[in-house]
Design a protein. Structure first.
Length: 183
């Protein structure tokens, strides 16, 4: 392995390493990569939920807990902050609901995605998603509801322009949430 990087960022360094491995040293090749999408000012950063990489987890009970804990969501969240409600386990790479529960995050984005999966031994979990109290609609859900029945990236929010608000994800039973990405 020559280079490793996870998540967003380090685009120029990644491009330079790829060019070097391909033997491309031509100055005609750009050292900067122009964005192909419109930028969103102060878009919420990629957010990991497991304790190894979690940031901005503000439930009063927050902390690396590998045992079941009853969490509560603070009334006032700042941008990018998130909290849990109900019985959850915060594992190294994910948070796992132990029954009905909720996660809220204050975001700024046009699109929101979440990697999630049903807990082993469970067939599915019904998920309800609201943004600022209104049901969300995306290709993955109708009227803010869908079934999490496989491990994958789910689209939770889809708008043409950036919106700031609180997304609330409620689960009917055991499910794992790994990471949010915002577009």
């Amino acid at each position: 392995m020559v280079f490793s990087h996870f998540g967003e960022g380090e685009y120029e360094k990644s491009e330079m390493i790829i060019q070097g491995l391909l033997g491309i040293n031509d100055t005609a090749v750009s050292s900067s990569i122009p964005s192909t999408r419109a930028t969103t000012k102060q878009r919420t950063a990629e957010t990991y939920l497991g304790y190894q990489r979690a940031k901005y987890f503000v439930s009063p009970e927050a902390g690396p807990r590998t045992e079941e804990t009853i969490y509560s969501i603070p009334e006032d969240l700042a941008s990018g902050q998130w909290g849990l409600e109900g019985r959850w386990i915060q594992n190294a790479k994910d948070v796992e609901s132990q029954g009905p529960g909720a996660l809220e995050i204050l975001f700024r984005a046009e699109k929101i995605y979440l990697v999630m999966e049903p807990v082993e031994g469970e067939t599915y979990s019904e998920i309800r998603v609201t943004v600022n109290g209104e049901p969300a609609n995306t290709p993955d859900m109708v009227d803010g509801k869908f079934i999490c029945d496989e491990s994958r990236l789910y689209q939770l929010f889809d708008q043409r322009e950036a919106v700031e608000g609180i997304i609330r994800i409620e689960t009917s039973g055991p499910v794992r949430f790994f990471a949010f990405t915002f577009g």
